[in-house]
Design a protein around this ligand. Structure first.
Ligand code: RAT
Ligand code: ZN
Length: 434
């Protein structure tokens, strides 16, 4: 490979080539390894009934949420398809995504869903996952694993078979945000906990987390948090976080991911689609980084208004890794703004994106869109650098993209060593199709 500087007019093509060739790691998804198959979603009806599309349905149809949720999965998908794909052009980000997935598999993008349903019914999950990851240009994903999910936890306890393509992530929302509804589950499992957090509760929560670290071997722990999240604060959440969760992270040598800024269920009738966004006070993040210098924090914030301060905090604290353009931010216009801002202020020391896929095949369109948006941004950055007097080589570009979409995650979570082994194979086997 050439070590010489790339001429300006070829920078874009060079960036696109590297973006296509490097397999990314997807740092946050709601996908599951095959042995947890019962909780994993895939296929056309799941794609169409994604909650992002459910929210859009009610803007273009007279159906009420109550009527919609009384339908079967197939009826729901048919209604959304008719409303958002046939009676309207699917121009929104989430609807376009379904079209991109259908195209990726050579399926019709208009008419009815018959052929798509037959196609997905004929797929075998394990080989389908491999095809989907190849089309998405990813080698691994991080799951979201909730030890208090009554469907998921028993499968882990029964020794669910591991799959190197899926990293476990210990998700703690039920403990940190909904303790009043879940403390009895811990109690029933033999932990000496109380509703008000007194007595042995904190040390028992820590014991519970340590136990689940043994079971899941997570690459990080995680929690989503409201826009009102505060630290320090006189609350059970702040107590559990500082005295149980963060010590457990230190012990396991893994980061804590905080996803801040959700306004939960502003419209409860919409269920999963009923959450909104609010601006948070990021001084909590500042205090956490100051008070816990031996912890590492993966941070994503949901409000566009919080993005600039997050980047500034990342300049102050090396134990803070900003990641992703989360949920309502994952649209080209906002991804572009956020990514430029991050590159300009942090260089390549952040993780630009995760997919948040809930349905397996979504990684195909989400990562395709990320590559499409990132291409011009990176090319423009290199163009400016060239103009300023430092020629850019293909090796520079490859190193930067690898760092952004693999290395920062591997280093920050500490999986770098184990991961180095498989890297060479992945480099040659992954993706040409995007
Ligand atoms: O993006 C989403 O699908 C949201 O519903 C949430 O799952 C969010 O990403 C989360 O992890 O809490
Ligand atoms: Zn998520």
């Amino acid at each position: 490979m050439s070590l010489s500087a790339i001429p300006s007019d070829r920078l874009r093509a060079a960036v696109d080539r590297e973006l296509a060739a490097i397999p990314f790691i997807d740092l946050h998804t709601h996908l599951f390894m095959p042995s947890l198959g019962a909780v994993g979603l895939w296929g056309i009806d799941e794609l169409i009934t994604y909650h992002y599309l459910e929210a859009e349905l009610f803007r273009s149809s007279d159906v009420t949420p109550a009527q919609y949720f009384a339908l079967s999965k197939t009826e729901k998908a048919d209604l959304i398809w008719r409303t958002l794909f046939v009676e309207n052009a699917p121009v929104s980000e989430a609807t376009r995504g379904v079209i991109a997935v259908l195209s990726a598999f050579g399926l019709p993008t208009s008419g009815d869903l018959k052929e798509a349903r037959a196609f997905f019914a004929g797929r075998r999950l394990e080989s389908h996952i491999k095809d989907v990851f190849r089309l998405a240009g990813i080698s691994e994903v991080a799951m979201t694993n909730d030890p208090l999910d009554p469907d998921e936890a028993p499968m882990w306890e029964a020794g669910a078979e591991r799959d190197a393509q899926f990293h476990a992530v210990l998700r703690l929302d039920r403990i940190l945000n909904k303790w009043d509804q879940h403390w009895r589950v811990l109690q029933a499992k033999g932990y000496d906990v109380a509703a008000d957090g007194t007595g042995n509760t904190v040390s028992e929560v820590r014991r519970f987390i340590a136990r689940w670290c043994e079971i899941m071997r997570p690459v990080y722990m995680a929690c989503s948090l409201p826009d009102t999240f505060a630290y320090p604060e006189n609350s059970l959440r702040a107590k559990f976080l500082s005295e149980a969760v963060l010590p457990a992270c230190r012990e396991a040598g893994i980061p804590m991911s905080l996803m801040i800024g959700v306004r939960y269920l502003v419209n409860p009738a919409l269920r999963l689609a009923g959450d909104a966004v609010g601006k948070a006070d990021l001084r909590s993040v500042e205090r956490l980084c100051v008070d816990f210098p031996d912890n590492r924090f993966l941070i994503s914030v949901l409000s566009r208004e919080n993005q600039h301060e997050l980047v500034v905090y990342a300049r102050k604290f090396a134990n803070l890794m900003p990641f992703g353009c989360w949920w309502f931010l994952n649209n080209p216009s906002i991804v572009e703004e956020m990514t430029r801002e991050r590159l300009e202020m942090l260089g390549t020391s952040f993780v630009p994106q995760h997919s948040d896929a809930r349905v397996l095949e979504q990684v195909i369109y989400k990562w395709r869109n990320t590559r499409r948006t990132l291409g011009p941004i990176l090319a423009n950055t290199y163009q400016l650098l060239s103009e300023d007097g430092r020629g850019v080589t293909a090796e520079d570009i490859r190193r930067d993209i690898t760092r952004l979409f693999r290395g920062n995650f591997e280093t920050f979570t500490g999986i770098a060593k184990g991961a180095a082994k498989g890297a060479a194979e992945r480099q040659t086997s992954c993706l040409r199709a995007v």
